[in-house]
Design a protein around this ligand. Structure first.
Ligand SMILES: Nc1nc2c(ncn2[C@@H]2O[C@H](COP(=O)(O)OP(=O)(O)O)[C@@H](O)[C@H]2O)c(=O)[nH]1
Ligand SMILES: [Mg+2]
Length: 436
């Protein structure tokens, strides 16, 4: 099939212009819901012969109508579901496309072919409905409304054909049916035809029969519609390019905003941590200053002797005071860190000893602290800065932070994809836009 595998874009890629295929892929990735529009753009870029396709339910005379239009039996006609794939025939500079019938109970594959014909390939749709069936049913009406909406948007035309007119008993019946159908689609022109009459008229060279078949009027309308195809195609290319560009620009600015918001959140989160920790360490330093800042000898360093094994000595009291102060400091710091989601070591840093796998132990160590240690750790700015840096290191490894950074990376690559798609559109536009 001409359509299934080749397109000028694909051909160009085969001859070294892979940029276009890559650009199309970038667009497809950025706008997966626009796959049909992108495929349609490919078709339009081909700028092949205008495509007329039939659409309608099984057995309503679509294939036979096409045979009359192309002046030969190019398409299979039957009382059963003969047309299961797209079939095409070139005649008079037009590509005529026969599609399987649409029916509620039809397999999805048939429907897919019909959809491809109607939405992807066709410039002009002939909506075929057999007169003997009376009014349109709900499914036909729904499709007609869709086609009408599409015509307004893309200028792709639909002609409504009431077929097999000869099957009604007389003109009175036919008039009634056509009147009822006209009531269902008040704004549309209806082309009432009989393929069999047309064939007979041709074979017996009876002009009157040909006239009465309604085919000349339909052919006239198709010729008019074909005359409007070039303008319609230009309109459609411009429309699709504009829609895609607008959507991509919206996507890019939305994603840029989302990324900016996340980066702001990352900054605020870190600032909140830094300020909070500074506050806690400052408070601990103030509490500690009173205890360790007092001059004089450090009584805690006086060793215990066997004599005062059971006595409450000044050294023991001092050590207890230091220990309590240190514990209080640790509890304050730990309370803050837990609130920030910084408690356990990252998994890859855990040891076999469960109780050691906390950030507090990793930073503060397990050694016994004395007055000089506490002074160095909490009362000197350098000591506090060292603690701050160590806790901040674990803060950055915490789940909340890594999750936020992952979201930022994701948002950043989404933004890149939108920018790439816009660049891709720029590459494609000259290929897609209709020539002068
Ligand atoms: N009497 C009459 N029968 C027709 C006409 N057009 C098609 N048919 C018959 O209706 C049946 C279905 O036609 P076909 O074109 O295969 O329908 P499709 O399934 O819509 O493609 C066949 O038996 C055709 O011969 C017509 O204008 N008049
Ligand atoms: Mg058919």
């Amino acid at each position: 099939m001409r359509y299934s595998s080749t397109s000028s874009l694909a051909e160009e890629s085969a001859t070294g212009c892979g940029d276009h295929e890559a650009a199309l892929r970038d667009l497809q990735r950025a706008l997966p819901h626009r796959a049909l529009d992108l495929a349609r753009l490919r078709e339009l870029a081909d700028d092949g012969a205008p495509v007329v396709c039939v659409i309608g339910k099984y057995n309503h005379g679509k294939s036979r109508l096409l045979n009359e239009l192309v002046r030969r039996d190019a398409f299979a006609v039957a009382d059963r579901r003969e047309t299961v794939e797209l079939a095409e025939c070139h005649h008079a500079g037009v590509c005529w496309l026969d599609a399987p019938g649409l029916d509620a109970d039809v397999g999805q594959e048939d429907d897919r072919h019909a959809r491809v014909a109607v939405w992807l390939k066709a410039d002009i749709r002939l909506f075929v409905h057999a007169a003997r069936q009376g009014e349109f049913d709900a499914a036909e009406l729904a499709l007609l409304h869709q086609l009408r909406a599409d015509e307004i948007r893309t200028l792709r035309q639909t002609l409504i054909v009431i077929s097999q007119a000869d099957q009604l008993a007389d003109d009175g019946d036919l008039g009634q049916v056509v009147g009822a159908i006209a009531g269902q689609v008040p704004d549309a022109a209806l082309y009432v035809v009989s393929a069999t009459r047309h064939r007979q008229g041709i074979e017996t060279a009876k002009t009157l029969l040909i006239q009465r078949s309604g085919m000349p009027q339909l052919e006239g309308a198709i010729a008019d519609a074909l005359g409007r195809v070039p303008a319609a195609r230009s309109h459609e290319v411009a429309l699709l390019l504009r829609e895609i560009r607008d959507e991509l620009e919206g996507l890019r600015s939305g994603r840029a905003q989302a990324l900016e918001a996340l980066r702001q959140e990352e900054e605020n989160q870190r600032r909140g941590f830094d300020q909070g920790l500074e506050g806690v360490l400052g408070k601990v330093a103030a509490d500690m200053a009173a205890l360790v800042g007092a001059g004089g000898p450090d009584l805690a360093m006086v060793p215990d002797t066997a004599r005062d094994r059971f006595a409450v000595t000044a050294a023991k009291l001092e050590r207890a005071r230091i220990q309590v102060a240190y514990s209080r400091a640790c509890i304050q710091i730990d309370g803050f860190l837990v609130g920030q989601g910084v408690a356990r070591l990252p998994r890859d840093q855990e040891t076999a000893t469960g109780s050691l796998n906390t950030v507090m132990v990793a930073v503060m160590g397990v050694s016994v602290k004395f007055r000089a240690d506490l002074h160095r750790m909490f009362c000197e700015a350098r000591g506090r800065a060292r603690l701050h840096a160590a806790f901040a290191h674990y803060f950055e490894l915490s789940k909340r932070r890594t999750a936020l950074r992952a979201r930022i990376a994701e948002a950043s690559s989404a933004l890149e994809a939108a920018a790439r798609a816009l660049a891709a559109l720029q590459v494609l536009e000259p290929v897609l836009e209709p020539g002068p």
